[in-house]
Design a binder for this molecule. Sequence first.
Ligand SMILES: C[S@@+](CC[C@H](N)C(=O)[O-])C[C@H]1O[C@@H](n2cnc3c(N)ncnc32)[C@H](O)[C@@H]1O
Length: 208
Amino acid sequence: MLKALRLAWHRWTVRRKMDRVFGRGSDPYRYDASPYELARLEEMAKALAGRRYQKALEVGAAEGHFTRRLAGMADRVMALELSPVALARARAATAGLPVDYEETDVRAWDGRGGPFDVVVLGEVLYYLDKPLVQAEFEEALAKMAGWVAPGGRLLLAHGFADAAERARRVHYRERFEGYGFRLVSESVASARDGDMTPSSLVSLLERP
Ligand SMILES: C[S@@+](CC[C@H](N)C(=O)[O-])C[C@H]1O[C@@H](n2cnc3c(N)ncnc32)[C@H](O)[C@@H]1O
């Protein structure tokens, strides 16, 4: 009972926060303008290139910036998003493309339509990796690992600002290796953006 209340509260606070962020206007993360974000999205697409995917899943699609790219590599994309404000923009951005959306918390989603040939987790795991809901984070990791088809791929991309944060991103990849995934490639996307040079660890894994 307490666990369910904690999860409901966490879901509500994240959704409210994200609706506020996206409610201020489109592209709040400057995916279309930031040299760093453009480099990160490009690195993600590069990691997945060279293979055609039948079924793809993206968790935390936001306004559909990577979803659009994914739709060019896959026959069908399923995209999950918690914020209805972001989701409405994602739908508009990918109109006419083979993308299905669900407004949902990934922790409550049942993996329908899976398993998937590729699952994309870009800048999303740290929304779930919180002490208050750590048990649900662990459950979600196991669930997401199970949504990847045998021989299928898992793409992780999470930004970091320093060595400690980079180690936490490496740890995400190691968690999936713990589920039997094999690391195919790993790179760091980085670009100067104003007076900062943010970086993102981009890891491509494969399920045996
Ligand atoms: C920073 S954006 C990342 C967008 C895109 N995946 C990328 O790589 O750029 C993270 C998105 O995840 C969504 N999100 C956060 N927690 C979620 C959850 N539990 N279930 C589904 N989506 C969630 C947020 O609303 C937000 O739109």
